[in-house]
Each structure stands twice: as C-alpha cells, then as structure tokens.
Design a binder for this molecule. Sequence first.
Ligand SMILES: [Ca+2]
Length: 348
Amino acid sequence: MNWKKCIWTLFVLSLSTWGSFQVQAQEESTSESGVIVRIGVGYGMPVATDILGLGIYNRDIDTDGDGTADGVDVTTANMYGSYGGGLSASVDIGYQLNRHFGVLLGAEYLSGSEVTVEEVVNYDMAGVQAGFDRSVAYTTQVKLKPALMVSAGTKKINPFAKVGLLIPVAGATYGTRESNDPSIVSSLITVFYPNATSFIAESTTRGAFGIGYEGTIGANFELNDKLAVFGEVFGQNLRIRRASYEVTRADLIMSDGSSENVTALLGLGGAYEYTEYFDEYSSEALAAHQAAAQEAYTQNPNQELEADPVQGPLVDSYYGTKEYPAWETRLDGNFSNFGLKVGVKFLF
Ligand SMILES: [Ca+2]
C-alpha cells in the first residue's frame, strides 16, 4: 500500500515539476518587457446602420395602355452606410510592461471607400436610365489610438486582445454631386440656364472633436524574441459631429462646353457655399447674423453673386459665404467599421 502511495506522489510531483519547467521555459523564451512597434495594414467594411440619404427612382409608366407614358412610378429607398469603410495603415508605439500587459499609442490613416449618399434616377418605360443626380462621398482621416493590450503570453502563437480610444485629429469627407439633367437639381436652372446640360459640385465636410472606441482580438506569430507577425479582427465605433460644410465647386456645363460657376446661387435652393453647425442657436441671433450678411452685401455688392447682368442679382446677401456662414443645427456622421488587419510587431 505504501509503495503505491509513494509512486503516486512521485508521479504527481514529476508532473508538476515538468509543468513548472514548461512554464519557466515559456517565460524565458517569451520576451518580457520592452518597447513595442507595430506596423499594420487593414481593410474595414462599413458598419452600415445609418441613413445617409434617400434614393429616388422614377420610372415612366403607361396607365391607359396606349403605349405612351402618362405617369411616373416613384420608388423611394433609404441609403444606408458609414463613411468608415476602406483601407487603413497604422503604426503603434508602446511598452510591453510584462508578459501579459502592454500600453500602446497608435496613429491610423484611413483612405475611405466611396459611398453613395443620395441619388435620383429617372428611367423610361423600357427601364433605360435617362437623367440622374447622384451624390457620393469618401473620407480621409487620421486617428490617434491609445490602447491597452492583454496577451496570453504564450510562445510561438500569442493571442491578444486590445481595447482603446479613437481620437480623430485630421481629415475630412469629400463629396461629389453629378447630374446629367440639371432640371433634377433645380427647376430654376432650366429657367436661368436653358443651355445647361450637366451639373457638377464638390464639397468638403469637416468634423468637430469626437471620441470613439475600438476593440481588437488577434494573435502574434512569433518568429523570434524580437519579431512577430500579427493578424487581428477589429471593430471601430465612431461618430463625428459636423463642424462645417463647404461647397468648393458648383458648375453648370453648357451645351457649347463652357462652364458657369453657380456657387453663389446655391442659396436659392436652400443650400449654401459655407455652413456651420451648432448644438443650438436662437432665432434672434440668426436674424442679426443674416441682417449683417445682407448689410455687408449692400455696402459692397459683389458681381459674382449675379446670375445674369441683365436680370440683375438673384442673391442679395452674403449669408452662406465663408465670411457669413449659414447656420444649421448639428448633424453627425457614422464612421464605424469592422475588418481585418495584418502587420509586423517589433520588440526592442
Ligand atoms: Ca399612356
């Protein structure tokens, strides 16, 4: 009986000793602490939860059966999306405190994918596309990313998880609006510019300060004590409130190929060259701001605001210009995404 107990004890002891050797071996071969540099490239899909705008699809229909169009069937659809999808490149610099914990400060550049924000498309009875008016946009963005990283601390394949903040520090969303039928853009265009055949506008939207967050899981594949490659899955949740919206170009292209800058006339359609966004403002303050914009125009009328020298100025105020921005309450944009990143990690 006794020798059985003895052998059993030896067996358990040897197992645990073997186990502790294993742990020691891992601790010795896995780098403990030091400066980390991670360089990665990723691709994120937009997490499309927001309504960006409307898609309106008009199709000619024949209701009385005589073969000619006498009505229009309109299909209206929400356009969902996020401006946060696209290719990204990142650099993280940090410190591995021990086998398990590290702190990082990263910078990530996003080259955003193009998203369709709004569109109107007209189809004839046969379903052939005729006129369209389409707005698309893409974002470029630089984010700072402070994060905490927890690693399993294992040899060769070392799983990790990372949580951190997203702090956008630079970038903008660039929009392009194009139409091959300016009457869709505004019925006023056909009145004042009957020879206009197409319309193109470009815009820049800039954001106010905002913070998002990112969660990541992945694994380092350690090539040696100093060098690893990694793969990770990330999810970024980020919304940015608008600070300003600027129309940088609004041109009508005429049938003779010439173009006419109509930026100053946007106000006729309730859009403006330059808009600023506020959480709140009073009607009294807005009225004073608009009066100042009108007074400034009276003092210094600008020929650029005239649509046609014969017909005289269509716009009699600087409201909606960079000097006297139009005011709107805040909108925000969705920059969330979900994707994959691969890269290399150095430990110094
Ligand atoms: Ca008919």
